[in-house]
Design a protein around this ligand. Sequence first.
Ligand SMILES: Nc1ncnc2c1ncn2[C@@H]1O[C@H](COP(=O)(O)OP(=O)(O)OP(=O)(O)O)[C@@H](O)[C@H]1O
Ligand SMILES: [Mg+2]
Length: 213
Amino acid sequence: MKTILIANPKGGAGKTTLSTNLAGFLARYVANSRASQDEEVFLWDLDRQKSALHWLSQRPAHLPTISRLDNAKEKSGKGWLVLDSPAGLHGEKLSDLLKRVEKVIVPIVPSSFDLAATKLFLHELAEEKAVRKGKAFVAIVGMRVDARTRAAEKLDEFLAPIDLLVLTHLRDTQNYVTAAFEGKSIFELAPSTVAQDMIQWQPIIDWVLRDQA
Ligand SMILES: Nc1ncnc2c1ncn2[C@@H]1O[C@H](COP(=O)(O)OP(=O)(O)OP(=O)(O)O)[C@@H](O)[C@H]1O
Ligand SMILES: [Mg+2]
């Protein structure tokens, strides 16, 4: 199973937003693609707050299926697994998880506090064996970024010296909030409403679907 971990120890960085939307995208992708029709999409919520599972419980039945996974033993078959992780993830727990994933996406909000809190984590991630040996690939997504603001500039400055792939910036929009309330991903909202978001998501999609990062 192709497994993607969404992680950032800073609370509120956008992990659950990214996880649920990625799972929503993958569910549509699998349902619409002939080559992937025998694949399933799973969401595993490692956070005790269970926000991702709450979202899944709200998901309308007619939408492409996302299955919940609660335990590594259930992990079998073909398909995709998105892992939403809790704030504070680091150390041994992080190392253990990295052994099971192919890709890691780190959402980062461009605030002074978030950048400071994420810095150590990015260094820790880069030092992890799975990452150093090219078994787990890491990419960053700027979250709630409004281009042409000082915050966006600060994020670019922060990321410039860091040798990690920056995929895209996602804007701050109520689309994510609306979708979350309805158990949907933004891929399931009216296309005219999310046109700009679809463009911003494309690099994430390309990277996730690519065999090798
Ligand atoms: N791009 C965005 N535009 C608007 N709101 C957003 C965006 N990304 C995240 N949010 C909102 O920010 C809040 C925090 O996001 P989210 O819950 O995804 O973060 P988290 O990293 O999972 O938090 P925690 O560490 O508590 O698990 C949520 O209310 C979410 O709806
Ligand atoms: Mg969360």
